[in-house]
Design a protein around this ligand. Structure first.
Ligand code: CP
Length: 304
């Protein structure tokens, strides 16, 4: 595995499986002083709750110290400092840099201007590979396998970086994809081409109802990402397009689990939260273990 984690396609199938096994070991024992003396930087040029706090918790639970910012306006970016200079400066202080940026390709660019490992915590609408690791871990835990599953992705499949990364990672495991999105937010050509090149089954629909989810194993809901729209009139057209309600889950498979990278707005009604098939809060908890595994892998730290 490379020293940077920029795209989920940086990982082989063996890398993925090995990281999932590491995550399981961290779940069994999250507090280990494996990173004593290390400094982890978290540079968040876009808002975050789960990703930043779970990376920082992972670092703290492993004995590292954490530096960084959650608001770029509190950094010299607000004075006009470039991303290149910011990364070069932080590289003087930290052993690994976790960064989220609104520009697609920003993490890749950062990795080209420093020798310090870069972990992409989300770059625009492009990739969110650490989210994918925790999504895979959640699927693996709840289904007992990653192989041969029906995966239904619903909502903003155009701008949703989590579905883009997850689709590519699952390509190793013979999935059957069902994409449900309004035409405006359809899975982009590049990812449909990816499915075709890898002989992955997929179908597409704009209809989200009981029939659409009757045979699925994983129902992956996503938020319509207002912040990515250049024309807010288009956002207004689709903002309330789909809502999962508890009654819709009654006739679904017993093993179905509802995932969502969160935050949600209104695409999952609150009455779903108490349903045992709702898994999104545990999914976020799994982020801690997956991110402990990722940081250690980037720093070549062997688990005891
Ligand atoms: N899933 C996710 O990326 O959440 P945050 O935006 O809160 O980090």
């Amino acid at each position: 595995m490379q020293r940077n984690f920029i795209s989920i396609t940086d990982l082989s199938k063996d890398d993925i499986l090995s990281l999932l096994h590491d995550a399981a070991r961290f779940e069994a024992n999250p507090n280990q002083r494996l990173l004593e003396g290390k400094v982890v930087a978290t540079l968040f040029f876009e808002p975050s709750t789960r990703t930043r706090l779970s990376f920082e918790t992972a670092a703290n639970r492993l004995g590292a110290r954490v530096i960084g910012f959650s608001d770029p306006n509190s950094s010299s970016t607000s004075k006009g400092e470039t991303l290149k200079d910011t990364i070069k400066m932080v590289s003087n202080y930290a052993d690994v840099i976790v960064m989220r940026h609104y520009l697609e390709g920003a993490a890749r660019y950062a990795s080209e201007v420093t020798d310090v490992p870069i972990i992409n915590a989300g770059d625009g609408a492009n990739q969110h590979p650490s989210q994918t690791l925790l999504d895979l871990y959640s699927i693996w835990k709840t289904q007992g396998t990653l192989d041969d599953l029906d995966i239904t992705m619903v909502g903003d499949l155009k701008y949703g970086r989590t579905v883009h990364s997850l689709l590519q990672a699952l390509s190793f495991f013979n999935p059957r994809f069902h994409f449900i999105a309004p035409d405006l937010l359809r899975m982009p050509n590049g990812y449909r081409d990816f499915c075709n090149r890898h002989n992955l089954y997929f179908d597409e629909s704009e209809v989200f109802d009981v029939n659409a989810i009757a045979h699925t194993d994983i129902l992956y809901m996503t938020r319509i990402q207002k912040e990515r729209f250049s024309d807010l009139r288009e956002y207004e057209q689709v903002k309330n397009v789909y809502t999962l309600r508890n009654a819709m889950l009654a006739a679904t498979k017993p093993n179905l689990r509802v995932l969502h990278p969160l935050p949600r707005v209104n695409e999952i009604a609150y009455d779903v939260d108490e349903n045992p098939k709702a898994y999104y809060f545990q999914q976020a908890q799994n982020g801690l273990y997956a991110r402990e595994a990722i940081i250690c892998r980037m720093l070549n730290i062997d688990l005891k």
